[in-house]
Design a binder for this molecule. Structure first.
Ligand code: AMP
Ligand code: MG
Length: 401
């Protein structure tokens, strides 16, 4: 058996290459940008009014003019009007282009307008030329890089891409993934299980985990029989870049997955890690480049294995950094076996510090306990007592914490 760190190192030696593809802008969220996006024109593209009010020439104010004749209204979306006489002004609306012959906007708050809308009297004079104008090109000049390749695309990036007219974006292609659950006791979720059966939940969980990475996996189920398992896995190896299996990797009489994978030349890189839960994890690679993660079937085990091993590996494959956070234990945990222990915890943030409060469950079969927790805290094998106040790495499984 190998340690958690050894397992991680082996897995990380096998990152896969992802191609790029063009997707519609609205489907690009969560993907990794594969191109540089440039400003198609100056930002902002024209001298833009930033307050509702009147546009004047600042030199008129300097020359002591307090009452302006309103020559018209410059609305947003209308080509620039112009004035050329001293003492003239145009009413201007936020988002409008600055009229020609003006350089400064006095907001409505600082003027009073006559009843016939013809005159504006300055109540409080401005002292700076160019006030309330957002100058052309002052944010970004035309041609400058506004989104870098390798960025994770979120709502902000979608907005930036939209403003430069990108209706599609080149993004990193999601890998082709198959999720394969195994077990004769499993029935689909829309069926009533017999007393000796259970509904298959791991595939639903894993599909959801992969959604964050815009991956839409193929979903399969295998019974506990060697021949069927072998032939199905053989065809899946040819079609997919990543196989995620659940169940059938322990020491049971009908745990055929390692044998089946071996017989179709998937090289075993390791089997079993000194950890709880998830000890029977099997990992291997095929010469075609397909990577196989075979998780133990216990729902908590497979969920933990996804977050501790597969998710960070996927992030690496996508060229993303993989930060690991630490949290402070709120209670002492005692764990005697010489295994790394992934305890389920509730995570909270107080005054900038993350805290992890143990949420005791009934082991790796206690799926319902996951709904009370927010993540796993990784407690090293070398110790048995993990004291309140000590820091350990955490693997959160909720994005909205
Ligand atoms: P196994 O790893 O196949 O020995 O399964 C370990 C435990 O996890 C057994 O109690 C299985 O019934 C359960 N299990 C296996 N696969 C699933 C699944 N897809 N959904 C829910 N429970 C499962
Ligand atoms: Mg099984």
């Amino acid at each position: 058996m190998i340690t958690v760190q050894e397992a991680e190192q082996i897995i990380n030696r096998h990152t896969i290459q992802l191609q790029s593809e063009e997707v519609p802008l609205q489907q690009a969220a969560g993907r990794i940008l594969e191109e540089q996006v440039l400003a198609d024109r100056d930002f902002p593209p024209f001298n833009r009014v930033t307050m509702d009010g009147i546009a004047v020439k600042f030199s008129d104010l300097e020359n002591g003019i307090k009452v302006f004749n309103i020559a018209g209204i410059q609305a947003a979306g209308v080509a620039p009007m112009s004035i050329d006489q001293p003492g003239q002004a145009l009413e201007v609306m936020t988002g409008a282009v600055m009229p020609e012959g003006t350089d400064t906007v006095i907001p409505y708050e600082l003027i009073s307008i006559s009843e016939n809308d013809k005159k504006a009297t300055v109540v409080e004079a401005l002292t700076t030329k160019g006030k309330n104008v957002h100058y052309k090109g002052s944010d970004r000049p035309q041609g400058s890089v506004i989104l870098k390749s390798g960025t994770v695309i979120g709502a902000a990036e979608i907005g930036v891409a939209a403003t430069v007219g990108k209706s599609t974006l080149s993004v990193r292609k999601a890998p082709k993934v198959a999720i394969v659950s195994t077990g004769d006791e499993l029935v689909p979720i829309d069926q009533n299980p017999l007393p000796h059966q259970i509904r298959s939940s791991n595939a639903a969980t894993l599909v959801t985990c992969l959604k964050d990475w815009a991956i839409e996996p193929g979903v399969y189920h295998l019974g506990d029989d060697l021949q069927g398992t072998t032939s199905t896995l053989k065809s899946l190896i040819d079609t997919y870049q990543i196989l995620i299996l659940s169940g059938g990797v322990s020491k049971g009489k009908f745990d055929y997955v390692p044998q089946a994978l071996g017989s179709i030349q998937v090289k075993k890189d390791f089997h079993r890690i000194k950890q709880r839960p998830g000890k029977p994890l099997w990992f291997g690679t095929h010469e075609s480049g397909t990577i196989v993660f075979a998780f133990p079937g216990n729902p908590v085990s497979s969920f933990m294995c996804f977050h501790r091993y597969l998710k960070p590996w996927l992030q690496r494959c996508m060229g993303l950094s993989v930060p690991v956070m630490q949290a402070v234990l709120t209670d002492t945990i005692y764990f005697k076996p010489a295994l790394t222990y992934f305890a389920q915890v509730k995570i909270s943030l107080e005054k900038g510090i993350l805290y992890a409060q143990p949420v005791e469950g009934h082991g790796s079969g206690d799926l319902a306990n996951l709904a009370d927790a927010d993540g796993f805290i990784e407690l090293p094998a070398a110790k048995t007592r993990f004291l309140k106040g000590e820091n350990y790495p955490i693997y959160p499984f909720r994005s909205k914490i």
